[in-house]
Write a protein that binds this ligand. Structure first.
Ligand code: PHE
Length: 363
């Protein structure tokens, strides 16, 4: 028995003397490893008689428990000392990263932000102002006011993320399009109205061409004598400026949206050679946005008299415009946060359109 107490004292003394995790690990292996002293003692029990087993088993177990406890205490002590030393040694120089000329990690503007900025710039030159709205919307602004009542089949096309309302007062949702901003604007501002509304939108969809979060830009013009000719002229000149082509073929195809009447889908001319797309040439058509004259019911829902006011609205997908302009083939690249991809497809801060989008706080 005294022999075992000697072994214990010897191990505890070794543990006590150590002050590094590596040293502690070595002792652990030599005592508790496969061929460690304590392991071999335990193994030797198989050869002992039943009476011996009772006595020896108990003392070996005590030895093992005491040694494990000592290891645990020492490990914690080493950790604490390491932290204290690090705090002492690592003094943070907060001026280090902002010394002029020393920081080479220049950020880039994300292609989505750049595309929104380019589009804002073009419409700003046509006297449009920018309006934003919240991502979490109510049913009225996202659907009902836009002439999509509860039982309307168009609701099924919007794979909506609904949000559980704890108080059950009003059902909320993540807006499925930027159109609720046209409702908010018509309710809160007096016409004439001339706005674009860029921002995030959400639908429950996820593959190479759909992301559950994406960006739209909505346009709305309300005035006394606005007609579809104005809409066509505006969109044609916008697309020509955005895609940097003159005489761009633009086609209006009849379509349906509950909030516009008549409604149309806008196509632009393009040509596809292999995997490259050339906008403005060739005989193929590419769908780029939806539009139409604001439905009289929508005007009424916002407190405007359709006999006095009329106007048009259009909505486009920012990702689609960015992909077409910059030759990006997979939508998912935009949101993977791969720094190498951003370095390649991102834009420098200086030059290009004004970097306005970053200043808009969306919530
Ligand atoms: N809000 C429509 C959508 O997301 C797009 C649109 C906007 C169509 C304005 C017409 C007019 O599908």
């Amino acid at each position: 028995m005294s022999n075992i107490k000697d072994i214990e004292n010897n191990i505890l003394a070794n543990i006590f003397k150590t002050n590094s995790s590596e040293g502690l690990q070595k002792i652990k292996i030599s005592e508790l490893g496969k061929k460690g002293r304590i392991t071999l003692l335990m193994k030797s029990l198989s050869k002992a008689t039943n009476d011996e087993k009772k006595v020896l088993g108990k003392s070996y177990n005590e030895l093992r428990i005491n040694v494990l406890k000592a290891f645990e205490l020492k490990e914690q002590e080493i950790k604490d000392v390491n932290i204290i030393n690090r705090i002492k040694n690592e003094k943070l120089d907060v001026t280090l990263s902002i010394r002029p000329g020393e920081n080479n990690d220049e950020g880039k503007i994300h292609p989505i932000s750049r595309t929104i900025d380019s589009i804002i710039d073009i419409f700003a030159n046509d006297n449009f102002t920018v309006e934003t709205g919240p991502h979490i919307e109510n049913d009225f602004n996202n659907f009902t006011a836009l002439n999509i009542p509860d039982d309307h089949p168009a609701r099924q096309d919007h794979d909506t993320f609904y949000i559980k309302d704890r108080n059950n007062i009003e059902r909320k949702l993540l807006r499925t399009h930027t159109s609720p901003v046209q409702i908010r604007t018509m309710v809160n501002q007096n016409p004439p109205i001339r706005i674009i509304a860029p921002g995030r939108t959400f639908r429950c969809d996820d593959d190479a061409t759909h992301s559950p979060m994406f960006h739209q830009i909505e346009g709305l013009v309300i005035d006394k004598n606005i007609n579809m000719g104005h809409l066509k002229g505006l969109i044609k000149s916008f697309c020509e400026e955005f895609f940097e082509v003159s005489n761009l073929p633009v086609r209006f195809r009849p379509s349906y949206f509950p909030f516009t009447e008549p409604s149309a889908e806008i196509d632009i001319g393009y040509n596809k050679k292999g995997n490259t797309i050339k906008i403005g040439e060739g005989s193929d058509w590419l769908e780029v946005m939806g539009c139409g004259m604001v439905h009289p019911k929508v005007l009424i829902n916002c407190g405007l008299d359709p006999k006095e006011w009329q106007g048009f609205a259009f909505g486009l997908g920012v990702e689609r415009f960015a992909m077409l302009k910059h030759g990006i083939s997979d939508l998912r690249n935009f949101y993977e946060g791969d720094i190498r991809w951003l370095d390649h497809y991102g834009f420098n801060l200086i030059g290009g359109p004004s970097n306005t989008w970053l200043n808009f706080k969306e919530d």
